[in-house]
Design a protein around this ligand. Structure first.
Ligand code: FES
Length: 69
């Protein structure tokens, strides 16, 4: 599950999900490796991308954790 991914990726989860999944922060920003990114069940929406653009250290395989279903 997602928490396992967070732990696997050694993401600092301090303050993770500050906005409670309402797409108004980027504290749930996750950087996946390519294989994991490609296997995520849903793709980035326009709203998610807008918020991702403000995330620290945005990468090609970045997602907002709260938007992964
Ligand atoms: Fe704020 Fe995901 S928890 S955008």
């Amino acid at each position: 599950n997602l928490l396992d991914i967070i732990i696997d990726q050694n993401v600092d989860i301090d303050g993770f999900g500050a906005c409670g999944g309402t797409l108004s922060c980027s504290t749930c920003h996750l950087i996946f490796d390519k294989a994991n990114y490609d296997s995520l069940p849903n793709k980035v929406t326009e709203e998610e991308q807008d918020m991702l653009d403000m995330a620290y250290e945005l990468s090609d395989t970045s997602r907002l954790g709260c938007q992964i279903v």
